[in-house]
Design a protein around this ligand. Structure first.
Ligand code: NAD
Ligand code: TYD
Length: 339
């Protein structure tokens, strides 16, 4: 089997590449990544030593490049992780979100159609459902919850989801969609809440908590997301959407306090800053469909996962310090200068 993983130099895509290389010793993986600010080739350094792994630098929204790639490789599965993924950046500059997240998805699906209707999986997000009130813990996002987005990021992901469903209905493209809650774990880019707070706390810098810190996110360890995507791709019903989450809701403030406690740093580092525009209050996933239909359950409890994650950031300071300093951007040139 040959699998195209887009966005494999980012957080979840890279974890997925390692997961797949280990789980399927006879699979070939091709990783397509544009290496935007969020893509880091050093993240894939172990994979790059594996003969079953190939890296291709390119843009999913570049039709000519993508068509060429699909001519050079005969893919059995295409799994689309590539995206602009940071809500705050989408508020500053929405356009690149529309190009990558919507046009990019269309270009990939057209290539799937043109090359024998290749099985396509879209990695989406629970943010397409908008948010839930803080005072209604009984409410959860199901696959029937209407799409109701808040940010340019979530709107672009929702646009892509609609297009994926349209390609299934109109062209019979074999597709699935997963909508997962917030992930955490190794290789998480240090602009997102958990790695940002870990790296800043270690440097004794202030920890910027938006608003009153009461917003709730539903956290899932990244390997559990990978196992869900693997199951959906291999055993999911074509045309369906699957929510992915592990019933682990926490306020941002509680997360930040827990990180400080684990690092033995004072809570006086917490600084309340202006709220994010349009800030979603609460996300909470009902994962009963993927559990009932595919038998998926998360394996990592939050109390263990957050310890493993903090440990990973302590043991891999070079990885995130090079990102903060900007040095990681030279990695591609260094790796490929003689090739
Ligand atoms: P990320 O920002 O860490 O990684 C995105 C990767 O995509 C980077 O390597 C980047 O270089 C690449 N990329 C961006 N634009 C590209 C383009 N035009 N062509 C090719 N590559 C491009 O993101 P992530 O957190 O790993 O998220 C991966 C996917 O999972 C996204 O689709 C996101 O919407 C979804 N998701 C993320 C979370 C989360 O908590 N992080 C939760 C649910 C769903
Ligand atoms: P983030 O990691 O950006 O993920 P998302 O917005 O996609 O859920 O943010 C998680 C939560 O943390 C969100 O409610 C915003 C909040 N947050 C802060 O309070 N301070 C920060 O510096 C960041 C980056 C996020």
């Amino acid at each position: 089997m040959k699998v195209l993983v887009t966005g494999g130099a980012g957080f979840i895509g890279s974890n997925f590449c390692y997961y797949m290389l280990e789980k399927y010793p006879d699979y070939q993986l091709v990783c397509l990544d544009k290496l935007t600010y969020a893509g880091n080739l050093s993240t894939l350094s172990r994979a790059l030593k594996n003969k079953r792994f190939t890296f291709e630098k390119g843009d999913i929204a570049d039709k000519k490049f993508v068509d060429g790639l699909f001519t050079r490789h005969k893919f059995d599965y295409v799994i689309n992780f590539a995206a602009e993924s940071h809500v705050d950046r989408s508020i500053e500059n929405p356009q690149v979100f529309l190009v990558t997240n919507i046009i990019g998805t269309q270009v990939l699906m057209d290539a799937c159609r043109a090359n024998g209707n290749i099985r396509f999986h879209q990695v989406s997000t629970d943010e397409v459902y908008g948010d839930l009130p803080l005072d209604r813990p009984d409410l959860l996002f199901t696959e029937q919850t209407p799409i109701h987005t808040s940010s340019p990021y979530s709107s672009s992901k929702a646009g892509a989801d609609l297009l994926v469903q349209a390609y299934h209905r109109t062209f019979n493209l074999p597709v699935t969609i997963s909508r997962c809650s917030n992930n955490y774990g190794p290789y998480h880019f240090p602009e997102k809440l958990i790695p940002l707070m870990i790296s800043r706390a270690l440097a004794n810098q202030s920890l910027p908590v938006y608003g009153d810190g009461k917003n709730v996110r539903d956290w899932l360890y990244v390997d559990d997301h990978c196992s869900a995507v693997d199951l959906i791709v291999h055993q999911g019903t074509v045309g369906e959407v699957y929510n992915v989450g592990g019933h682990n809701e926490m306020t941002n403030l509680d997360i930040v306090k827990l990180i400080l406690a684990q690092l033995n740093k004072p809570e006086s580092l917490i600084t309340f800053v202006s709220d994010r525009k349009g800030h979603d209050l609460r996300y909470a996933i009902d994962p009963s469909k993927i559990h009932a239909q595919l038998g998926w359950l998360p394996k990592i409890k939050f109390k263990d996962g957050i310890k493993m994650t903090i440990e990973w950031y302590l043991n891999n300071k070079k990885w995130w310090q090079e990102i903060i300093s900007g040095a990681y951007k030279n990695y591609y040139d260094t790796m490929y200068k003689n090739k």
